[in-house]
Design a protein around this ligand. Structure first.
Ligand code: ATP
Ligand code: MG
Length: 256
């Protein structure tokens, strides 16, 4: 079982879009996938489980989850794809920590996701766990980052994003609390055919970062597919962005 977190403290860079589409492609190809939504905005939960009302990641992090882990995850309409959903209560965990609430218990919440995934791993229930992180360091994202094997950092190809990517990777490397720091790979998203896009990609590589060959190009189909709640390979399989995600899938699976 491989745990991959989609993370970047910069917002709107394609974390959820990538989590949704990478999970869909892995599941389509027969991999057993658990998608964990670690963002209080619950975008990936809304995509796959819009009417869901059961236990969520908040319950796992607070220790209020069902004793049997399978009771906390839910099947989606897609074969091989289950979800541990998010809800707005994730915000309360962070608020409690900021307000120095003695019951906030931040360190324990990190360990709880780690322990949850350890049981899932021992049960050999999934081949991949994909975690959609929020655009900041929160209780949920730190919990995800300390237990993932790999972090994929989606980023736009512009100058500010490059600096942010370098900082984020340094931060994550310093987090290795429960096991060795995860592998960090950069995925350029919403690219166009401009010279700037190309230059930023070359610079990221020159900075010594591990950058996917796959580059996800900007496409109106992405927003439309989210609206219709169909993964890109179903909604617009021939679109450039759908093809780019197929390339990402190949690179992720090449590591198996
Ligand atoms: N390749 C793409 N082409 C066009 N639009 C895209 C592409 N990828 C993502 N988008 C759009 O950009 C917006 C942000 O994408 P997304 O929600 O995946 O980013 P995010 O990093 O998860 O954001 P947040 O930080 O708020 O969680 C969405 O409206 C999405 O539809
Ligand atoms: Mg998101």
């Amino acid at each position: 079982m491989k745990v991959i977190a989609l993370a970047n403290h910069k917002g709107g860079v394609g974390k959820s879009t990538t989590a949704i589409n990478l999970s869909a492609l892995l599941a389509r190809d027969g991999e057993r996938v658990l998608l964990i939504d670690a963002d209080a905005q619950h975008n990936s939960s809304d995509f796959y489980c819009p009417d869901y009302e059961g236990p969520t990641l908040t319950d796992v992090l607070t220790g209020d989850c069902e004793p049997v882990w399978t009771e906390s995850v839910t099947h989606t309409a897609w074969e091989n794809l289950d979800m541990l959903c998010a809800d707005m209560r994730l915000l309360k965990l962070d608020l409690a920590a900021v307000l120095n609430d003695p019951h906030a218990d931040g360190a324990a919440s990190e360990k709880r996701l780690y322990d949850f995934l350890k049981i899932v791993r021992d049960d050999d229930a999934y081949d991949y766990v994909i975690i959609d992180c929020p655009p900041s360091f929160t209780a949920a994202s730190v919990a995800a980052l300390v237990c993932c094997d790999e972090m994929i950092l989606p980023t736009r190809a512009d100058a500010f994003s490059r600096a942010g990517a370098l900082e984020m990777i340094q931060q994550v490397r310093s987090l290795g609390a429960y096991h060795i720091a995860p592998r960090c790979r950069v995925l350029v998203t919403m690219a166009d055919r401009s010279r700037l896009s190309r230059q930023v990609i070359d610079q990221l590589k020159a900075d010594g970062l591990d950058v996917f060959e796959a580059v996800v190009h900007s496409s109106v189909c992405v927003g439309e597919s989210s609206y219709t709640r169909l993964p890109l390979y179903e909604y617009a399989p021939r679109s450039r962005a759908a093809q780019d995600y197929e390339q990402l899938l190949r690179e992720v699976r090449d590591d198996e």
